[in-house]
Design a binder for this molecule. Sequence first.
Ligand code: ADP
Ligand code: MG
Length: 332
Amino acid sequence: MNLKEIGEFGFIERIRRKCSPDTGGAVLGIGDDCAVIPYDDQSCLLITTDLLIEHIHFLVDKISFRTLGRKALAVNLSDIAAMGGKPQYAFLSLAIPQQTQLDSLDRLIDGFTEMADAFHVTLLGGDTTSCRRDLGISVTVTGTMPCNQVLYRSGAKIGDAILVSGPLGGSVAGLHILLQNLPLENYPELIAAHNDPEPEVRLGRAVAESRLASAMIDLSDGVASDLGHICAESGVGAEVYAAAVPVHGCAASLARETGSDALSWALYGGEDYRLLLTAPQECVDSLLNIGRCLERELTVIGTIRSGNEVVLHRDQSEQIITGKGFNHFKGQ
Ligand code: ADP
Ligand code: MG
């Protein structure tokens, strides 16, 4: 067996099997958006880490260093949001190619601190090293929240509604514009959706505080993949209604112009950093209201079912889409 066959998630599962912590269930380690550690009687500590590598996650001629600094923190804040937590502290580690301009790095830090200030996060440390090529940015963020509000991937129940905070598909549509060298000025919203995502910290916190949802995840790899994680961790399946998926309006226009499928971008594209949550049907109206109060639109896109697959209903047909989406090593 090789890495390409098992893919990113198969490899993570291998690590998980080798070192599952024997903590009597007091700590949640590998398998969710953040590790969750009980802190005192009522609160939990959340910890998450994400690594961005040049040429894999970004191209320096397609994103400004300032925006890159913002995004490096934003993707971690999104994982804190996915548990319903309040971000608190950050650590920033950089592997810097020798020829990098100091001015570029200053702008990277400016962007990082801009995002940190917006979410009241304090940078507490990190590490700096040189490297041969390819800038690497590793960020760790901690957060806190009441233990009885933590939203895990494992809480979805059969019959629950599946909701997303849309719109979806904007990020990969923006990536399409950047990679195809299409005129950037035509779709600034899509470039922003890809390069400068806004983490859903406020919505995640409000959903957790309401205690109405049963599970939550952030959409970093696309609905098919990330809903698949909820299903795997909860021991359930899911059905998604294509017609209900909130496709980004500008992505839909671009898809029409370029002969692409906007629904595929929305379901398999990834990097939208919106939230996907499940909740009992009777809680849906209240959750939609919470979204409205924060000017964030939540949309019901499906239902949790028995089984272990994510099934897409589109134009009278059914298709299994479990795990379709971005996966390092599998080349999807
Ligand atoms: P996310 O997309 O939310 O950042 P990932 O898919 O990157 O989550 O990771 C899923 C889970 O696997 C997380 O709990 C993460 O901490 C864990 N994980 C990923 N890579 C490693 C690794 N190299 N060693 C240990 N745990 C890992
Ligand atoms: Mg995540």
